[in-house]
Design a protein around this ligand. Structure first.
Ligand code: OGA
Ligand code: MN
Length: 290
């Protein structure tokens, strides 16, 4: 079966791709997947049949993978459900496979996923692709929303494009945790994950289109008074997440969604996470060294 893409959003963004035999992937197919992703920025593949090993192996064809970091100073809190270090926990299950408790620190840390963000922008070496595979979808769906940052950039008024062209932004994971109400990062935890700086306007490598690099992690503009930088970032975030740039994905178990963090933002939507299981696992492909 030939690979084909069906676009699901009006900005030529977010496509469902069919025709991939996930059990016999090779570099040539990976190249086709990247070409589709360069164009549409987010792809959904249904019923891939992938398990953990297949998910990691498939992701590896797209580039080197990030391994999930030890987030907490207390090692007991770093215990993991997922055995492969390349898999990030994106559901609401604890190390023993039970629903995370109300005060589970990982649960509180992951609350930040409900804010618009891009994965890993708080690292100097960012990640390009994230691949999120759904195993258990709770009642209500727990949809994920995606925003098209190339379309948002294109739609900015000329005066704004000129104003932001050379700005540099600092991204700090602890800033987004603070916004999301994570209570008590310890100094050791903070020191392990220092902030990074990136240009606000970027050229997306795969399409040569300009794009905005925004995220809940974006704490301030370098060289600007903190409050003025935050006000401009807030204005851009509001602009870039208008309904016309946003696609909402309703998960089915077995869906694999792949997105390019360099030209999109995403956020989780609320569900009753203390009552229902959600099993989601993610790999993350690191950007090529500059
Ligand atoms: C992620 C993420 C959103 C969701 O895995 O990076 O932000 O809906 N997930 O789980
Ligand atoms: Mn994310």
């Amino acid at each position: 079966m030939a690979l084909s893409a069906r676009v699901l959003h009006s900005t030529d963004f977010f496509a469902e791709v069919t025709g991939i035999a996930f059990h016999e992937l090779n570099p040539a197919i990976a190249k086709r997947i990247i070409e589709f992703n360069d164009r549409y920025a987010v792809l959904v593949f249904r019923e891939t049949g992938l398990d953990d090993d297949g998910h990691v192996a498939m992701s590896r064809l797209l580039g080197p993978l990030e391994t999930a970091p030890a987030l907490f100073a207390n090692n007991e809190e770093n215990r993991r459900r997922l055995k492969l270090p390349e898999l990030f926990e994106a559901g609401n299950l604890d190390a023993d496979g039970n629903i995370q408790a109300l005060d589970d620190r990982f649960r509180l840390f992951a609350r930040g996923n409900r804010l618009w963000h891009t994965d890993s922008s708080f690292y100097q070496q960012r990640s390009k692709y994230s691949l999120l595979l759904a195993y258990i979808v709770p009642p209500g769906g727990a949809d994920t929303e995606f925003a098209d940052m190339r379309a948002a950039y294109d739609a900015l008024p000329q005066a704004m494009k000129r104003r932001i062209e050379d700005l540099v932004c600092e991204h700090d994971v602890w800033y987004s945790r603070e916004l999301a109400g994570f209570p008590d990062a310890q100094s050791e935890e903070r020191n392990r994950r220092p902030p990074a700086q990136h240009r606000l306007v970027q050229v997306h490598p795969g399409s040569r289109r300009k794009t905005l690099l925004l995220a809940s992690h974006a704490s301030h503009l370098v060289g600007w008074p903190i409050d003025e930088g935050r006000a401009l970032l807030r204005e851009l975030m509001e602009f870039a997440t208008q309904a016309r740039f946003v696609h909402r994905h309703s998960w089915r178990a077995g869906d694999l969604v792949m997105w390019d963090n360099r030209c999109t933002m995403h956020r989780a939507t609320p569900f009753n996470d203390l009552a229902f299981r959600r099993d989601m696992r993610r790999t993350t492909v690191i950007e090529d060294a500059a």
